[in-house]
Design a protein around this ligand. Structure first.
Ligand code: EZ4
Ligand code: CO
Length: 405
């Protein structure tokens, strides 16, 4: 069996997705996600111009060898564009292997270690009543763990919450030729958030797992204070407190708080995670299949994490396609050290373009039992939604300084 074709499909059913479709000479197809939010065309070019031609004629069963060939063979290793391109090839080859074997990918990864994959949803609000409504709506849908985000008095619209942001549906952040800009004030945020959690605990009781995302905006000492101030509210995790490239920052945070820490959605390699895991500076590692080299590389990162008592918590926002959600769910079901899976629901239009076997039921995701990853792409529908430029917002302080995020 040989790879005979590799096509890049860009579609924008409400937001942009880059998908690789690999076809074999006996007509088996595999899908991989290559979407990097706001930088989509760079990965499409990397795949189309530099990777697809190298795949033709290769044996699709040689997943590890193909991964090493694209990683070591390129000389220029790592980075979000390279690793998303490798991820897309990797997912497509796992999909093909599953289809040829007649087995869902989780069976190839060792089989199910649990009955379903616990997920958390996103609740947010401009004020407390709106936030409570959002939490209630998600509990009615069956979610058993909730990420809490809130607007901050004195600040306008901020990423993920605030006036004009519909609850839990803040992505895509904006479409157009340039990013929007938002104003940020860490002091106002730190004064406000603990009170929000106090009210959420009062209203929803002690048992509901609660999470929170600081989007990399704090200094280490600010993050330490936030972790300490949130201890009474018993968070499942506090995510992305400091800029992720500064691994040493988490040590300082760790020394001051027992609030569990999670980071890694912008990581693309095991080398980004290695110190954090080995020195037990985090509790959950948040790498996504699309942004960190696919199933093959995530498996390796989670195996390292297992040695040190760190659990998985894969990134699952709406800017990763259903192909990544499927890959994550297969892996989550199989690994021993699964923690939790993020789940932002895609809009119905996205699910129409990418019909999938994975399903949400009573707080858990299950990948389904179709051979391979269990996701298809409806290429006719996909072609109806051409690429539109879209960006994450840029974050500035009141004096105009560009701020971390
Ligand atoms: O900001 O996926 O935990 N989820 C998140 C997301 C990210 C976007 C970036 O593309 O932080 O909302
Ligand atoms: Co996040």
């Amino acid at each position: 069996m040989k790879i005979s074709d590799a096509q890049v499909i860009i579609t924008s059913p409400g937001r942009n997705f880059v998908t690789l479709m690999v076809t074999t000479d006996d007509g088996v197809t595999g899908l991989g996600d290559a979407t990097v939010n706001g930088r989509e065309l760079a990965v499409a070019s990397y795949l189309r111009d530099h990777v697809a031609p190298l795949l033709i004629g290769r044996d699709p069963h040689r997943i590890e060898d193909t991964w090493q060939y694209l990683y070591k063979g390129a000389y220029w290793r790592r980075g979000p564009v390279t690793m998303a391109a490798i991820a897309a090839v990797d997912m497509a080859l796992w999909d093909i292997k599953g289809k040829v074997a007649g087995l869902p990918v989780y069976q190839l990864l060792g089989g199910a270690s649990r009955d379903g994959v616990l997920v958390y949803c996103h609740a947010s609000g401009s004020d407390i009543p709106e936030l409570f409504d959002s939490v209630e709506r998600h509990l009615e849908l069956g979610y058993r763990a909730v990420r809490i985000q809130s607007a901050v008095p004195g600040l306008g619209k901020i990423y993920g919450a605030g006036p004009g942001v519909s609850s839990g549906r803040y992505e895509p952040a904006g479409r157009g030729a340039a990013p929007s800009e938002e104003t940020w004030d860490t002091g106002a945020y730190l004064r406000h958030i603990p009170g929000v959690f106090e009210k959420v605990r009062e209203r929803f009781g002690p048992d509901l797992p609660l999470l929170h995302d600081a989007h990399h905006r704090l200094t280490p000492i600010q993050a330490a204070r936030l972790g300490r101030d949130l201890e009474p509210y018993d968070l499942f995790w506090l995510e992305d407190v400091t800029p992720a490239e500064d691994q040493e920052a988490l040590r300082l945070v760790r020394q001051h708080t027992t609030t569990p820490l999670a980071i890694g959605e912008v990581f693309n390699s095991i080398f980004d995670c290695e110190r954090l895991i080995r020195e037990r500076l985090i509790d959950y590692i948040r790498v996504a299949a699309v942004h960190a080299g696919g199933i093959t590389h995530l498996k390796r990162i989670f195996a390292l994490a297992e040695l040190y008592g760190v659990k998985s918590g894969s990134h699952g926002p709406t800017d990763v396609s259903p192909v990544t959600m499927a890959a994550a769910t297969h892996l989550d079901l199989a690994i021993p050290n699964f923690g939790i899976q993020e789940h932002m629901r895609h809009e119905p239009l996205v699910d129409e373009v990418f019909p999938h076997a994975y399903r949400f039921d009573d707080g858990y995701l299950h990948p389904g039992d179709e051979p391979g990853l269990g996701v298809r792409i409806d290429t006719e529908r996909a072609a109806r939604y051409p690429y539109e430029p879209a960006y994450l917002p840029v974050n500035r302080l009141a004096d105009g300084t560009v701020h971390d995020w």
